[in-house]
Write a protein that binds this ligand. Structure first.
Ligand code: SF4
Length: 341
């Protein structure tokens, strides 16, 4: 049976039109689900009984289970079990501007970035839109809060699960759905160029972040195999096209790996690569894991890198460190759980 959480409002409107009913019923149902957070058709008191019976036959309210929750200052990390027993993670970060939730889009990931715990665990399957929605609803319910920002940057490559991700964005962006503004939603990709071009065509107004992590092809191909398919030149061309079409600023994520991509030369190359592009660079201190040999760059190295970018007029920030105590690197909670740690 189809999950009611996997339907965009348009899907639901089409469903009602096919039943010979008025479209606005979809808005009423959406209000019950996402405004009043009701998860039982019987409680939808302004909907006719026959329609409720039909909805009960056609759709279900599914659920995902929170099986572990770890907390540190300003961060909470959730491990979920899906109906088929696969496990995924979501991380909630408290910023001064609100509660930002980083969700997973796949079980595992095929991109195999060498510094990433999720990439070590190969993709098992894509998440459906309802499994992304439920990460948001469950955490809001668990903490009795409203999430203000959503980032698709947890386990998985969002653009390798493009259609479900777009559905998810439509639902959370809908004023009668979770009602998050486009500017509060960020999709992060490791650089699947054809999907970036598709994303431009689809005209979504949400933020785009690129996991760059290296300023030249030799190094990037070493740490991110996706670069062998879509090199930096192709990636930057796609980004420029995105900026040209949307007039929006792009974020480049750059994880600082000790003696790998944090050198003086790398900072200069990165400055040259991004010169004149409407972007900002987010330098991310690396979260060391037991399985991967990379080390985090020292604070001094990160500051030096930052200064070089600044001097070259590149907008740059250093991401605050979150949750070393809670295995905050993406995929770490899941792999530790499976190893019984
Ligand atoms: S960093 Fe992202 S794209 Fe790369 S392997 Fe990890 S989850 Fe996949």
């Amino acid at each position: 049976m189809t999950s009611i959480y996997s339907l965009t409002k348009e899907d639901l409107e089409n469903y009602f039109v096919n039943l010979g009913e008025k479209k606005f019923k979809a808005t009423q149902i959406y209000e019950w689900i996402y405004r009043k957070r009701v998860n039982d058709f019987s409680l939808m008191s302004n909907i006719k009984k026959e329609i409720l019976e039909r909805l009960k036959k056609d759709f279900k309210f599914d659920d995902i289970k929170i099986i572990s929750k770890k907390e540190d200052v300003d961060v909470k990390k959730y491990l979920f079990e899906l109906n088929d027993k696969n496990k995924i993670e979501a991380v909630l970060m408290n910023h001064n501007y609100g509660n930002s939730l980083c969700i997973s889009t796949q079980v595992g990931c095929n991109m195999a970035c060498s510094f990433c715990e999720s990439g070590r665990l190969k993709k098992v399957r894509n998440l459906n839109a309802n499994e992304m929605i439920l990460q948001v609803l469950k955490i809001e319910q668990n903490l009795n809060i409203k999430i203000s920002h959503i980032v698709l940057m947890g386990i998985g490559e969002p653009f390798d699960n493009y259609d479900n991700v777009i559905k998810f964005i439509n639902i959370i962006n809908d004023p009668y759905g979770i009602a998050l503004g486009s500017r509060h939603i960020t999709v992060s990709t490791s650089g699947l160029v054809p999907k970036i071009l598709q994303f431009i065509k689809d005209g979504k107004q949400v933020n785009l972040a690129i996991s760059l992590h290296a300023p030249n092809d030799e190094l990037r191909s070493k740490i991110m195999p996706v670069n062998k398919a879509y090199n930096i030149d192709k990636l930057i061309k796609a980004v420029k096209e995105y900026i040209y079409n949307t007039n929006r600023r792009v974020t480049f994520e750059y994880i600082m790996l000790k003696n790998v991509n944090d050198t003086y030369e790398c900072a200069l190359q990165l400055s040259k690569l991004l010169k004149g592009i409407n972007c900002y660079v987010n330098l991310i201190p690396y979260n060391e894991t037991t399985h991967i040999e990379y080390k985090k760059s020292s604070k001094e190295k990160i500051m030096r890198f930052y200064d070089i970018l600044k001097k070259n007029k590149i907008n740059v920030t250093i991401r605050r460190e979150f949750g070393r105590k809670v295995n905050a690197a993406c995929g770490q909670l899941r792999s530790n759980y499976e190893e019984g740690l």
